[in-house]
Ligand binder design. Structure first.
Ligand code: SF4
Ligand code: SF4
Length: 200
């Protein structure tokens, strides 16, 4: 079984509630590490313009590059639910290694500002699933832009769209996320893209 996320890009209004809730739930200190970031894309020109938002985290890929490059075997993919976890006690640190950050095309591995910071990232709220609760980003979103669950259930409920504004599905990794992409955005030129919070 593979757990994953669903994102409705038409509902997301860029309010940062998921990011704040995630930092709070996982006790991620103030600083550059944030297990969810928000990609903000401005497209088009007046009067045909829009802003698209994309919450972005670890996608718990079915074939995760991060697992295969980690020389310390600090990153693992769980058999029971496909969640990709990191053992920070085993991680060699950003200064001494950083291989996962280089390997992940989605910039999911996060590091604090401290010297030789150990890797941290979204664990899909593995602790909350154990209490039969969905991830805190899903629960905190005020407009129900997010959902999570077994990928076969998400596909049955929402369809099998693998790409969205600001997201390219890299098939060899098979990221565990499906979308309702931003409507009316495909034909508009990208004017500006930003990601918050910024990495350190
Ligand atoms: S998104 Fe990046 S860090 Fe997450 S499982 Fe995939 S390769 Fe690993
Ligand atoms: S920084 Fe840590 S988790 Fe990342 S590849 Fe190196 S040892 Fe593994």
């Amino acid at each position: 079984m593979q757990l994953g996320l669903y994102i409705d890009q038409n509902r997301c209004m860029g309010c940062f509630a998921c990011i704040v809730a995630c930092k709070d739930w996982h006790d991620v200190p103030a600083g550059p590490a944030s297990w969810i970031r928000l990609k903000i894309m401005e497209k088009g020109a007046y009067p045909d313009l829009l802003v698209a938002f994309l919450p972005t985290a670890c996608w718990h890929c079915e074939s995760p590059e991060c697992v295969s490059v980690c020389p310390a075997e600090a990153i693992a993919k769980r058999d029971e639910d496909g969640i990709v976890t990191v053992d920070r006690d085993v991680c060699l640190g950003r200064d001494d290694c950083g291989a996962c950050l280089e390997a992940c095309p989605y910039d999911a591995p996060q590091f604090g500002a401290e010297e030789n910071a150990k890797m941290q990232k979204c664990d899909l709220c593995v602790d909350r699933w154990a209490q039969a609760k969905k991830p805190v980003c899903v629960s905190s979103c005020p407009v129900q832009a997010l959902d999570a669950g077994p990928m076969d259930e998400l596909r049955a409920k929402y369809g099998d769209v693998r790409e969205a504004e600001g997201f390219t599905c890299l098939a060899p990794l098979a990221p565990s996320v499906r979308f309702k992409p931003k409507e009316n955005a495909a034909s508009l030129d990208l004017r500006r893209i930003d990601v918050f919070p910024r990495s350190g």
